[in-house]
Ligand binder design. Sequence first.
Ligand SMILES: N[C@@H](CCC(=O)N[C@@H](CS)C(=O)NCC(=O)O)C(=O)O
Length: 215
Amino acid sequence: MSKGDVVLLDCWVSPFCMRVKIALNEKGVEYKHREEDLFGGKSELLLNSNPIHKKVPVLLHDGKPLSESTIIVGYIDETWASPPLLPSCAYGRAKARFWADFIDKKIWRTNGEEREVGTRDFIETLKQLEEALGERNYFGGEGDAFGFVDIIAVGMASWFHAYEKFGGFKVEDHCPKLSAWLKRCKQRESVRKVLPDPEKVYEFLLMFRKMQGLD
Ligand SMILES: N[C@@H](CCC(=O)N[C@@H](CS)C(=O)NCC(=O)O)C(=O)O
């Protein structure tokens, strides 16, 4: 479905960018993406489009920039109506935003430096998320369908393999339902096309830690 020109300022390994790509894929929106070199030098377009944070993702819709992945996913949902990603009732939408906020604040970690002290906390947080999933197939937009919270969570989950290798644990051993949810998500075309090879994410994290002098 087309509704104007859609360009994403992207980075292949960024879970935040993955969210935007998955949302666009779910909606069947055609888009172009420009890979940003976040370490070598950001493009003028990125610096001008997101002057406050200077981060990807940036979505340019007919040249108009938007930043912050959860805000962009919400915008995509309002702009391309079908299929809906957020629930139709206000309470459901508020709950979805609560879990998106929880995922951003509690699950994302960029360098794994907390691995020695943090693995237990991380698993506890995943268990809380798993409890929110309950017996459902997806966190849901509308009903049991794949939706907003799934999109927000699945980008992060693309880093689980790397965290597992650093932390010496398996998400599946602690959170079997969450692990099954991830497998289910990966079977979707919209997700499969976007999630990078987990081994490549691990290699990226190794390189990133070296750059930060952590290894
Ligand atoms: N809260 C932002 C986070 C975006 C973010 O952290 N992007 C990273 C890539 S994963 C970035 O552009 N980093 C470049 C920098 O910090 O200079 C969102 O949800 O979009």
